[in-house]
Design a protein around this ligand. Structure first.
Ligand code: ADP
Ligand code: MG
Length: 370
C-alpha cells in the first residue's frame, strides 16, 4: 500500500521513509461568510440576529488554510482534497488513502467533529488526530469538565443549565461566564457572556437556549492570566510547545478580558492587529512547569492524540485551571492572523510546513505506517 521512497528535502524529510497517499478532509467556510468584512467593528453584537448571522461558520476553514495544509503535505506526499460533506464516505472509500490528514470540523450536530473519524474507523483508514470519542467529548465542554473533575484536574466550578430552573438556584459565585455547551472558535461567547448578577445571567442563559438550541454552561470566572498551550506528539514523546499568553492590555479600557468573538474576529484583525499574544509567555519557571504538567495530564486524560491546543486560566490563587481542549486546533497559516498553534510551533522552531508534517509524522508513527 505504501508508495515509493522520497528524496531528502529538509530536516523533516528524513522523518518520512515513504511517500504516502494522503487525503485531506476539511470543511470550507462559504465565501459569503468570510470574516470580518461584513461585520462593523463595534461591541454591540449582543443582539440575537447579529450573532446568528456572524458566527454560523466560525469554526470552518478558509481556502487559504486548506491550501496551506495541502502544500505543506505535498512537500513529501501526494494529497487529495476531500470535503467533509455527505459524499465524504463514498469518496474516502474510493480513494482509500494510506492516511487522512483530518482538519474537518464537521457538518452538523453535536458529534460533528467526530463524524469523519467515525467514518474512517469504519473504513479502517488511519487518520491524524484524536478519535471520534475524544473529539465528541471535547466539543462538549461540560462533559470534558466532568472528566477533568473526576481526575482532579483543576477547572472552574460549573453547572449545566438545561432550562432556567438552576439559574435561580445554585451556589456559584458571581461573576460568571455563560457559554454554549458545545461550540468552538468563540461561537456564542460575546462580552455579554460575562455576567455580574442574576438579571444578566438569566438573559444570557435565555440567549444560549434560544439561539444555539443547546444547554448553557455556567462557570465561575477565573480572574487570572490566560494561556493557551499547544501539545504535539504521543505518550512519553508528547511535547509542550512554547506557551502562549493572551494579553488584554491592548483592548479598549472597558473591554471584558475574555477571548470572545469580538476579541478574536472583530477587534484584532489583519488590518488592525493588536498585541494580544506573547510567546513564549513571560512566566516563572515554576508556573511554566505547572502549566506543562496540567496540559500533558489533560491531553492524556482525554486521550488526545497527535496534537491539541489547551486553554488555561489562573484562578484567584494563581493556580492553572483548564478552560477547554481543542483537539482540532485552529491553524491559520498567515502569521499576522495570530493563530496560536502555529505561533507556538514557530517559536519552537517549526515553520508551518514543519508543523503540519510533524503532526502527520507522529500520526503515521503511532499507526505504524512508517
Ligand atoms: N471560566 C472562565 N473564566 C474566565 N474566562 C473564561 C472562562 N471560560 C472561558 N473564558 C474566556 O472565554 C474565552 C472563550 O472560552 P472557550 O471556552 O475557550 O471558548 P472557545 O471554544 O470559543 O474558544 C476564553 O479564551 C477565556 O478568555
Ligand atoms: Mg477556547
Amino acid at each position: 500500500m505504501l508508495k515509493k521512497k522520497i528524496k531528502g528535502e529538509n530536516i523533516l524529510s528524513s522523518l518520512f521513509n515513504v511517500r504516502l497517499n494522503v487525503a485531506l478532509t476539511f470543511n470550507v467556510k462559504p465565501e459569503s461568510q468570510t470574516f470580518p468584512e461584513e461585520v462593523s467593528p463595534n461591541l454591540n453584537l449582543a443582539s440575537a440576529n447579529a450573532e446568528k448571522a456572524v458566527d454560523t461558520y466560525a469554526e470552518w476553514d478558509t481556502w487559504d488554510t486548506i491550501n496551506a495544509v495541502k502544500e505543506a503535505i505535498e512537500c513529501f506526499h501526494d494529497v487529495t482534497l476531500v470535503e467533509a460533506d455527505l459524499s465524504a464516505f463514498t469518496k474516502l472509500k474510493e480513494i482509500n488513502p494510506d492516511i487522512v490528514f483530518n482538519i474537518a470540523e464537521g457538518f452538523s450536530g453535536v458529534s460533528r467533529e467526530a463524524q469523519i473519524p467515525a467514518i474512517l474507523e469504519m473504513l479502517q483508514i488511519p487518520y491524524t488526530g484524536s478519535d471520534a470519542l475524544t473529539l465528541a467529548t471535547c466539543l462538549d465542554k461540560a462533559r470534558t469538565k466532568e472528566i477533568l473533575s473526576y481526575y482532579k484536574i483543576p477547572n472552574a466550578k460549573f453547572i449545566i443549565a438545561y432550562n432556567l430552573d438552576l439559574v435561580r438556584n445554585n451556589d456559584l459565585k458571581f461573576p460568571l461566564i455563560v457559554k454554549p455547551i458545545s461550540e468552538g472558535s468563540s461561537k456564542g461567547i460575546f462580552s455579554s457572556s460575562f455576567v455580574k448578577d442574576q438579571t444578566e445571567l438569566t438573559k444570557e442563559v435565555e440567549r444560549i437556549l434560544d439561539e444555539y438550541n443547546q444547554p448553557a454552561l455556567i462557570e465561575e470566572f477565573l480572574p487570572g492570566r490566560e494561556f493557551t498551550v499547544a501539545v504535539l506528539g504521543n505518550g512519553s514523546e508528547a511535547e509542550v510547545l512554547p506557551i502562549v499568553e493572551i494579553n488584554y492590555n491592548d483592548f479598549p479600557k472597558d473591554f471584558i478580558p475574555i477571548y470572545s468573538y469580538e476579541a478574536k474576529w472583530i477587534l484584532d484583525t489583519k488590518e488592525n492587529p493588536l498585541d494580544v499574544f506573547s510567546c513564549p509567555a513571560n512566566i516563572s519557571g515554576e508556573l511554566e512547569e505547572k502549566i506543562k504538567d496540567i496540559s500533558l495530564r489533560t491531553f492524556n486524560t482525554l486521550r488526545c492524540r497527535d496534537w491539541s491546543r489547551i486553554d488555561i486560566r489562573l484562578d484567584e490563587k494563581g493556580e492553572p485551571n483548564i478552560i477547554e481542549i481543542n483537539p482540532l486546533p485552529g491553524i491559520l497559516p498567515n502569521p499576522e492572523e495570530n493563530s496560536c498553534f502555529p505561533k507556538a510551533a514557530r517559536t519552537g522552531g517549526l515553520n508551518y510546513s514543519d508543523m503540519i508534517n510533524k503532526v502527520l509524522y507522529v500520526a503515521a508513527k503511532r499507526q505504524k505506517l512508517i
